[in-house]
Design a binder for this molecule. Structure first.
Ligand code: PEP
Ligand code: MG
Length: 325
């Protein structure tokens, strides 16, 4: 299998009916960077910046944050990298950062909420990202955005930091793209307000479905109780895809979903063309892409979206098999 995937490394991800798919990978530490060449991923669709903070014994300083982001961009070269700002809180705790005990940490002050409540932390990170991205393309996105105002406030911090750097005569990124992760169901009903303010969005399906189904993704008693291959989950994804297409907003999916062939097949039939998968998923998903005919699959998917079942996994497997995927 591994040898088979290695052969696909340099093959462009194009479906049988000629749809070009951008297949990226997720990363979080310097060691993950070797996965770019090893898998043939076209870039990093999700760089989880909190990993550096989690493996560190103290808050990483500006220079060590900048050094890591530079290394990532240098290694990626022409391949795009999307940095996700600190996503701590919830199940990701930092021993050196004092935080209050919370009854429901997954619903608590995590990710962008912490960043906005402690702007010094987020501003330092943005400063490091801007410094690392000087003279080249920099893509930054915010996790766990639940309201348009949170996105606006986070983006304002970026603008402030740009002004700060400009006043000091520092070089800025040649191109800066700022986006939001769609992980909170609330945004689904405010995409019309959010999308015009973003340069791109990325769907964090791990969190989005945790909150849609009210099922803690870290709790084995319920984590696998609900199937993302269900009409409500797929319809939510279809809705986001459609709104993004209508407004011309680039959208990707970067949750674990994007790294599983059958799930990724469902995403493609819904119209997504940009996936960011864990490294181990890149080869299997590439193989699925190469054998897929989306024109034929779309008709089958439309019928599945209308099903009353809690899971259409079986039907989707049958569809994929019928189409030789
Ligand atoms: C997600 O929630 O799907 C996601 C990509 O972010 P993380 O898994 O890091 O929470
Ligand atoms: Mg998430």
């Amino acid at each position: 299998r591994q040898a088979e995937f290695a052969k696909l490394r340099d093959v462009p991800a194009v479906t049988k009916d000629g749809q070009r798919i951008t297949l990226l990978t997720n990363a979080g530490l310097a060691v993950d960077l070797e996965n770019l060449d090893a898998t043939g991923a076209e870039g990093i669709g999700l760089f989880r910046t909190e990993f550096q903070f989690m493996v560190s014994e103290e808050l990483p300083r500006l220079d060590s944050q900048t050094a890591l982001y530079k290394l990532v961009l240098d290694t990626a070269g022409d391949r795009p990298v999307t940095f996700r700002t600190l996503d701590i809180g919830g199940d990701k705790v930092l021993p050196y950062l004092e935080t209050e005990r919370e009854e429901n940490p997954a619903l608590g002050r995590r990710a962008i909420r912490l960043g906005l409540d402690r702007p010094a932390l987020l501003r330092l990170q943005i400063r490091a990202l801007l410094a690392a991205g000087a003279g080249r393309e920099l893509r930054v996105m915010f996790p766990m955005i639940a309201t348009v105002d949170e996105y606006r406030a986070a983006r304002e911090l970026v603008d402030h930091e740009c002004d700060w750097a400009r006043r000091r005569g520092r070089a800025l990124p040649a191109m800066l793209r700022v986006g939001a992760m769609i992980e909170c169901p609330s945004l689904l009903w405010h995409l019309d307000a959010l999308l015009p303010l973003t340069d791109f969005v990325s769907i964090g399906s791990n969190d989005l479905f945790q909150y849609m189904f009210a099922a803690d993704r870290t709790n084995p008693l319920v984590a696998d109780r609900y199937d993302p291959l269900s009409p409500p989950a797929l319809r939510a994804l279809a809705e986001i895809q459609k709104k993004c297409a209508d407004t011309g907003t680039p959208v990707s999916v970067c949750g674990e979903l994007a790294g599983r062939p059958l799930e990724a097949f469902a995403l493609l039939t819904l119209g997504f063309t940009r996936l960011s998968a864990p490294a181990g998923g890149v080869g299997p998903v590439k193989r699925m892409i190469l054998s897929s005919d989306l024109t034929a699959a779309r008709r089958g998917m439309t019928a599945l979206l209308g099903s009353s079942s809690a899971s259409v996994r079986g039907e989707l497997e049958t569809l994929a098999r019928k189409l030789n995927v």
